[in-house]
Design a protein around this ligand. Structure first.
Ligand code: HEC
Length: 204
């Protein structure tokens, strides 16, 4: 999971570096002369293309982004079941962000017959479906509404998998959270109340 974040950061940093050196004249007299010279020289398109190719290989693939969706959407179920609405809100927003990210990685796929599948449009239809308004369900803090919306969303997930010629990627209600680190109980004791007492210190 962390690997992706790091890879994205590295890619963003590298891309930023390339663009900065090409586009942004930074201050200082020495650099100003260099920039003036650079402005006359044609940009090295071949090097830029090679750099883009290199960066493409560093960026996480769509399946990786989807594993993040899996993680957040799984945890969302348990946050809702525990009626921990701020946590559910967090996991829903992360789910959506990561679906959007996955779609940005490959916006248009080809199905087995070579037809274009526009993932962006499928995502839009999910976002607009009145049955899939998870944000509303979480805001209403209504568990029944939450559960129903979650199930509809699973239909949404699957519709895109089917359209992408991956009908074998069948979502199911998760049996356990994807994290052991986060406590789903809205009344969970916070870590500072769980510190071991130092021998000899006054008890509370
Ligand atoms: C807009 C299209 C789209 C939507 C919406 C979508 N998926 Fe996916 N999902 C894909 C595609 C495409 C793949 C296969 C990616 C690949 O193989 O490169 C995939 C793969 C996956 C995988 C397999 C990842 C792996 O490598 O093990 C999981 C898990 C997954 N999706 C979960 C979900 C869940 C959960 C939702 C709904 C909350 C969802 N997806 C919504 C398009 C979508």
């Amino acid at each position: 999971m962390r690997f992706q974040t790091v890879a994205v950061a590295v890619a963003a940093f590298a891309a930023g570096g390339v663009l900065t050196s090409l586009l942004v004249p930074s201050g200082g007299n020495a650099t100003r002369a260099a920039v003036a010279q650079q402005a006359q020289a044609p940009p090295d398109l071949a090097a830029l293309a090679a750099e883009v190719e290199r960066l493409k290989k560093v960026v996480p693939d769509q399946a990786h982004a989807m594993q993040d969706v899996d993680y957040h959407f799984t945890n969302l179920w348990f946050a809702g079941e525990a009626e921990n609405w701020p946590l559910a809100d967090f996991y829903w927003k992360e789910t959506l962000l990561h679906i959007k990210w996955a779609v940005r990685i490959i916006p248009v796929r080809k199905d087995n017959s070579g037809k274009e599948v526009k993932l962006e449009e499928i995502l839009q239809s999910i976002e607009q479906s009145p049955f899939m308004q998870m944000g509303d369900a979480v805001k209403k803090q209504d568990k029944e509404h939450f559960e129903k919306t979650y199930r509809y969303l699973m239909v949404g997930c699957y519709s895109c998998h089917k359209a992408s010629d991956k009908p074998y990627l069948v979502p199911q209600l998760p049996k356990q959270p994807a994290t052991e680190m986060i406590n789903f109980d809205p009344k969970a004791p916070v870590p500072e109340t769980l510190l071991p007492r130092v021998p000899g210190s006054p008890s509370k």
